[in-house]
Design a protein around this ligand. Structure first.
Ligand code: ADP
Ligand code: MG
Length: 495
C-alpha cells in the first residue's frame, strides 16, 4: 500500500531526500496516514496497513471517515476537523486491537494556508493488556487484604492511618483515615504501640499482645504485628496487623480455671480417700469398744467419737462429690422450667426471713418447656448456689430475677440481682475453690462446685457484674435433643 511520497519542503535540504523521508516514515513503528488538503489519503506506511483490521477500506484517495468511521464524513470526521481549525486531536479506537490515534494538521506548503493532516495510529493493546493485568492484580491484592483474618492498617511515619482493610474493626474506615492508630489503643498499651511504630520506622518488626478499644469503647485483646512498609529500599510507612484474641484468651482462662479445679479436685479426692480409710478404722475400733465397754463415761465418749466420725464422713463425701469428674452417663432429661420453680420454692425461706427489714422482690420469667440433659439434684444445687449468692449480695433488699429460655441447641437459665456487684478482679476469681469475700460466713465452694457441675454437664456458666450495678449469672446447658424434637412435633400437630 506504500505510495510514492514527495515532500515539497525536502528539495531545499540536501540530505533529506524524498526517498529518505519515505523510508523514515516507513520505518516508523506507528501506523501513519497522510491526507492532503482535500482530505484524501495520499500516503500510508506498512504499519498502517498492518492495522487494517481496525481501519477498513484503506486505499489511496479514501477519505478518513470512510476508513475510521465507515461513514461519509460529517461531524465525526477528525481529518475535517483538524484541517479546519488547525488543532491537534487525540482519541482512541477501541476493539480487540485498540488504537491511540493522533491527528496532526500540517501546512501543505510555505506559501499556502492549506492544511493537510497526518494521522498516526499507535497500537495500545499491550498497554491496555498491562493495565488490565495491573487492575486484576490490584483487585486480587485488595481481595487478599480484605479476606485476611487480620485487621490491617497502613500508617505514615507519624503513625497516622493512611489505609485500612475491610476487617478493621475500629470503626468506619473513612473516619479512620488521617487519625492516629494509638488513639484506638487502650491507654495501658499505647506506649508499647508507639514504641513498635518507632521501631518499624527504623526498619524493625515487633510482635506483641495489647488491648485495643472497640467503637463502643469496650476493650478487646489483640495480637499486634508491627512492621516497616518498604518502598524502593526505604521505609515509607508502617504496617500494623491486628488479630482479635479476646475469645481465645477467654477460652484459655476457662481451660486454666478448669485445670486448677481439676488439680484441686484430684488433690481433695486423694486426701479425702485417705482420711476416709482412717475414719473407717477409727469408727470400727470405736464401735468395737462400745460393744465391749460397760462404763457409762466411756460409752458416752465413744458415742461422741462415733458421731464426730459420722460428721467427718459426711464432709468427706461432699468433698468426694465435689471432686467427682466422671459421670455424664445417666443424665436424664430435666425440665428447666420445673427446676427453676422448684428451686425457688426451696430457697424461699432464705429471703423471706429477711423480708421484715429489707424486702427482696423476686421476678420469675420461665419460657418453657425446655429440656436439658442433666442430673436434677446437681443442677438444683447450682440454682440454689446462685440464688443464695444473689440474696447475700442484697442485704439492703432489691430485685432478684430468675428465668430460663430455650435456644437452638441449648437451654439457658439465669439468676440476676440488683445487689452490690463485683469489681473485675473478684469476677476473675469467683470460680476458684475457697475464694470468698464473705469472711468466715462463706466457704468459697458454691461457685467452684457449680462450675464443676456445669462443666460435667457439657455446659457453660458465666457472670456479668459491675460494682454497685448488680450481678447476672447465666448458665447454658446442652439441650435434650430427643425430647425437644418430640415437643416441637407435638406443637406442629397442635397437641
Ligand atoms: P461463698 O458464697 O461461700 O463466698 P461462692 O463460691 O458461692 O462462695 O462465691 C464466691 C464469691 O463470689 C463470693 O464470696 C462473692 O464475693 C462472689 N459472688 C458470688 N455471687 C455473687 C453475687 N450475686 N453478687 C456479688 N458477689 C457475688
Ligand atoms: Mg455461695
Amino acid at each position: 500500500m506504500t505510495q510514492e511520497f514527495t515532500p515539497k519542503t525536502a528539495d531545499s535540504q540536501s540530505s533529506l531526500t524524498p526517498d529518505f523521508l519515505a523510508r523514515a516514515l516507513e520505518a516508523c513503528t506507528d501506523g501513519l496516514f497522510l491526507f492532503d488538503s482535500d482530505k484524501r489519503l495520499i500516503f500510508a506506511n506498512q504499519q498502517a496497513e498492518s492495522l487494517q483490521a481496525n481501519v477498513s477500506r484503506l486505499r489511496i484517495g479514501s477519505r478518513c471517515c470512510e476508513m475510521f468511521w465507515n461513514s461519509e464524513g460529517g461531524e465525526n470526521c477528525v481529518v475535517d476537523r483538524a484541517s479546519q481549525n488547525g488543532l491537534k486531536l487525540e482519541f482512541e479506537i477501541p476493539g480487540s486491537k485498540p488504537l491511540s490515534i493522533q491527528v496532526q494538521p500540517i501546512q501543505v506548503s510555505e506559501d499556502s494556508n492549506k492544511l493537510g493532516v497526518l494521522v498516526s495510529a499507535h497500537d495500545i493493546s499491550a498497554l491496555r493488556r498491562a493495565e488490565g493485568e495491573a487492575l486484576a492484580h490490584k483487585s486480587f491484592m485488595a481481595n487478599l487484604a480484605d479476606r485476611s483474618p487480620d485487621e490491617i492498617y497502613a500508617l505514615d511515619k507519624l503513625g497516622r492511618i493512611t489505609w485500612v482493610n475491610q476487617r478493621a474493626e475500629t470503626g468506619n474506615p473513612l473516619m479512620l483515615l488521617g487519625q492516629r492508630l494509638v488513639d484506638f489503643i487502650a491507654i495501658d498499651s499505647r506506649d508499647v504501640v508507639s514504641a513498635g511504630i518507632s521501631k518499624a520506622v527504623a526498619g524493625e518488626e515487633t510482635q506483641t499482645e495489647i488491648l485495643a478499644v472497640r467503637p463502643d469503647e469496650t476493650e478487646r485483646d489483640v495480637e499486634a504485628y508491627i512492621s516497616p512498609l518498604w518502598k524502593d529500599g526505604e521505609v515509607d510507612g508502617v504496617l500494623v496487623f491486628l488479630r482479635d484474641i479476646t475469645e481465645r484468651k477467654r477460652t484459655q482462662e476457662l481451660v486454666s480455671q478448669s485445670d486448677k479445679l481439676r488439680a484441686v479436685g484430684e488433690l481433695a479426692a486423694g486426701v479425702a480417700h485417705n482420711l476416709n480409710n482412717s475414719l473407717t478404722v477409727i469408727k470400727g475400733r470405736a464401735q468395737l469398744l462400745q460393744m465391749k465397754s460397760t462404763d457409762e463415761g466411756w460409752l458416752k465418749s465413744l458415742q461422741v467419737i462415733n458421731e464426730a466420725v459420722e460428721d467427718g464422713g459426711k464432709t468427706l463425701r461432699r468433698i468426694l462429690e465435689f471432686a467427682r469428674r466422671d459421670s455424664g452417663q445417666g443424665f436424664g432429661p430435666i425440665e428447666l422450667d420445673d427446676l427453676i420453680r422448684s428451686s425457688i420454692e426451696i430457697a424461699r425461706p432464705k429471703w423471706q426471713r429477711k423480708a421484715g427489714q429489707s424486702p427482696i422482690e423476686v421476678k420469675i420469667e420461665c419460657n418453657g418447656p425446655v429440656y436439658v440433659k442433666g442430673d436434677q439434684a446437681e443442677l438444683r444445687e447450682v440454682v440454689l448456689n446462685l440464688i443464695f449468692n444473689a440474696v447475700d449480695a442484697m442485704p439492703e433488699g432489691g430485685l432478684m430475677e430468675v428465668g430460663m429460655r430455650g435456644e437452638i441447641d441449648s437451654g439457658c437459665f439465669w439468676v440476676a440481682d440488683s445487689g452490690c456487684g463485683m469489681p473485675p478482679e473478684t469476677v476473675a476469681r469467683i470460680f476458684e475453690p475457697f475464694f470468698t469475700t464473705k469472711g468466715s460466713k462463706g466457704t468459697g465452694l458454691g461457685l467452684s462446685a457449680s462450675h464443676g457441675i456445669i462443666s460435667r454437664h457439657g455446659g457453660e456458666i458465666f457472670a456479668v457484674s459491675e460494682p454497685g450495678e448488680g450481678t447476672r449469672f447465666e448458665v447454658r446447658l446442652p439441650i435434650c435433643d430427643t425430647l425437644s424434637r418430640i415437643i416441637k412435633n407435638e406443637e406442629k400437630v397442635g397437641v
